[in-house]
Design a protein around this ligand. Structure first.
Ligand SMILES: C[S@@+](CC[C@H](N)C(=O)[O-])C[C@H]1O[C@@H](n2cnc3c(N)ncnc32)[C@H](O)[C@@H]1O
Length: 220
């Protein structure tokens, strides 16, 4: 006969099996945490777009207990992994993942104090970047933050041979993917009212790119 403890063990094992791992998420989490710590607002909801495995959400949420962390991903397998990591983290401010495709005209969340998007815009078509900027323009208030992290082209060129090779490999997987030119990303943000704050050089030839939310002009 199956014992209750065996069932409990099997359930835990199944959940552990759904927790996907990405080495990059371990390697970049502390450098990203340092930048987020300087820029995230004191309170409100952080919407994470393209949370992937959920390792970042599980790591960041407990480190910002005054914020509510809302992970999301369009991929159901990723949402299962995010939920499994969230269960392990057991942080009361970490919400269950929501289905969100940045390209969608409407998002299942009405406002956010910050939007965090790590290693997404080069592994999705440009429409995802355009949609992300539109969504950030809708959701963020003037004190809001859009935080992007990833590899970029700067001034039309790759910043490292490894980035050029990565770009080529992405394009063989999907011709619509590839490293974005940071100026084009800024232009898409500014078109949606976002205001460029700064770029921060990150390890392994990555950049953090930060914007604040749009000013709301009140008309008499
Ligand atoms: C390389 S993973 C990065 C995941 C995670 N942010 C990290 O750094 O570990 C890219 C993620 O972007 C998600 N993604 C792809 N297209 C997207 C879109 N249009 N809107 C939102 N997320 C998208 C994928 O499902 C995937 O989870």
């Amino acid at each position: 006969m199956t014992k209750a403890s065996d069932l409990h063990h099997d359930r835990l094992a199944a959940e552990a099996g759904r927790r996907l791992h990405a080495d990059a998420a371990i390697n970049n989490r502390d450098p990203i945490l340092a930048v987020l710590g300087r820029h995230l607002p004191a309170s409100g909801t952080v919407l994470e777009v393209g949370s992937g495995t959920g390792q970042h959400a599980a790591y960041f949420a407990p480190r910002f207990p005054a914020l509510t962390w809302q992970p999301s991903d369009p991929n159901p397998e990723m949402r299962r992994s995010i939920a499994a990591w969230a269960k392990e983290a057991a942080a009361s401010n970490l919400k269950p993942p929501i289905e969100l495709d940045a390209r969608a005209a409407t998002w299942p969340i009405g406002e956010a104090a910050a939007i965090v998007c790590v290693n997404v815009i080069h592994v999705s078509p440009w429409a995802a970047t355009a949609g992300l900027m539109k969504g950030a323009g809708r959701l963020l208030g003037p004190d809001g933050l859009l935080y992007l992290y990833g590899p970029y082209r700067v001034g039309g060129v790759h910043t490292a041979a490894s980035n050029a090779a990565f770009d080529r490999s992405l394009k063989t997987r999907n011709p619509e993917w590839g490293l974005r030119e940071v100026e084009e990303v800024k232009e898409a943000a500014i078109e949606n009212g976002l205001r460029f704050l700064e770029t921060v050089d990150m390890p392994s030839n990555n950049l953090s790119v930060l914007f604040s939310g749009p000013l709301r002009i009140l008309r008499a």
